[in-house]
Design a protein around this ligand. Structure first.
Ligand code: SAH
Length: 372
């Protein structure tokens, strides 16, 4: 298929926009549904093969549109079935997605930006700095690509299935790319596209408070928040955006989101760092913040990466921390680490970011490396 710079990538268009696009080609808007069936249900990128569409319509599409997923640079497979793909953004820029098969579901962890500007102390993506936002088509294209790659293998590999859950927990801060992320969420949920229930799509944020309020107006996907500390002094160090939006503000935004969107609970991610945030007293302080609220805590054993001085809390410490939360009435689970033999675990997604830029967020500057 010839693809010129002026063609529209259909993976970037939520249904209302696709309907307008189709109308612009002189077809009835309801043709958009038929088109979506081919694109999303059958993962078919070739207009020529969409045989029940009128020939003239196909010719128009051929001319003006494309279905283009990000290009794969490399793939790694873990012994536990986890697969990680490095995908091309542009030139030598790259980002990653990770597929995590489990007996009852298959989760795709996708990226929302190339690099990240948030500068969290324990995250390998942060070390790369920020390059650019992914487009809606690049965000949607990750799920499309995984489905296309994996759907055909279902019969061969019993453990693998096409994607049932999507988590925006790869590279980047999704709420810092609000404009492109929200239309992608719409496409994940649209019954003509991926038709995922809102509980099977999770957006994870480091805590961009104004955007959490804005998200409540536009979407109702599950919300996960990277808390990582029970007090502002420590969170300022671990998650620097806390200096702009401290814990009390962040939690108020979370409860608003749940009320507004009629969600069940917010998941609070808490990376377990030895001697930093893993004491019993810190567990009690965390419980005090969350008890009686629609909250659950997901404890993530820290995944080390080259150059970090931080260490993972021992399993006994993690269990004690979890039990302390449970004793104080806060639901808590420990995330099983997957794919760490291929650096596919949380916080290990490095991608490839060449030009790092300074980005201003709130009143302070983050992602401070500037390179020509
Ligand atoms: N920017 C978003 C989503 C990306 S990270 C956010 O901050 O939520 C997804 C989760 O992995 C976040 O909770 C993040 O804090 C956590 N994480 C980052 N680095 C990690 C590491 N090295 N080990 C374990 N978890 C990590």
């Amino acid at each position: 298929m010839s693809v010129s710079a002026t063609t529209t990538n259909l993976l970037g268009l939520p249904r209302p926009e696709l309907e307008r696009f189709v109308a612009g080609l002189g077809s009835k808007p309801f043709r958009a549904r038929q088109l979506m069936h081919w694109v999303y249900k059958r993962a078919e990128p070739s207009f020529e093969l969409m045989t029940d569409l009128a020939k003239t319509f196909r010719a128009e599409l051929q001319e003006q549109a494309c279905v283009r997923a990000p290009q794969i640079i490399t793939e790694h497979r873990s012994a536990d079935g986890t697969r990680k793909w490095l995908l091309r953004a542009d030139g030598s820029q790259a980002f990653e997605m990770v597929y995590i098969p489990e007996p009852d579901r298959a989760t795709l962890c996708i990226s929302s930006q190339v690099g990240c500007a948030l500068d969290c102390a324990f995250c390998s993506t942060a070390q790369q700095g920020f390059n650019r936002n992914l487009t809606t088509a690049e965000i949607v294209g990750q799920v499309w690509l995984a489905n296309r790659l994996l759907a055909g293998t279902v019969a061969d590999l019993a453990r693998e299935r096409a994607v049932t859950n999507v988590v925006l927990m790869g590279m980047g801060e999704p709420l810092a790319n609000f404009r492109n992320v929200v239309p992608a969420l719409d496409i994940f949920l649209d019954d003509c596209a991926f038709d995922l229930s809102r509980r099977r799509v999770t957006l994870s944020t480091s805590g961009l408070v104004p955007q959490i309020y804005k998200l409540a107006e536009h979407s109702n996907v599950a919300l996960a928040v990277s808390l990582h500390a029970p007090d502002d002094a420590l969170r300022n160090e671990l998650v620097p955006i806390n200096r702009v939006h401290p814990i009390a503000e962040l939690l108020a935004a979370c409860w608003h989101y749940i009320d507004e969107r009629n969600g069940r609970s917010v998941t609070f991610e808490y990376v377990m760092l030895e001697g930093v945030n893993d004491s019993r007293a810190q567990a009690r302080a965390l419980a005090k913040l969350l008890a009686g609220r629609p909250a659950k805590v997901n404890l993530i054993p820290f995944n080390p990466f080259p150059g970090t001085r931080l260490r993972r809390s021992g399993p006994e410490v993690v269990r004690t921390f979890r039990d302390e939360l449970l004793r104080h009435g806060v639901l808590a689970t420990v995330r099983r680490t997957r794919g760490d033999d291929i650096d596919a675990a949380c916080g290990q997604l490095a991608g490839r970011v060449i030009d790092r830029t300074t980005v201003r967020l709130g009143s302070r500057s983050v992602g401070m490396v500037v390179r020509a």
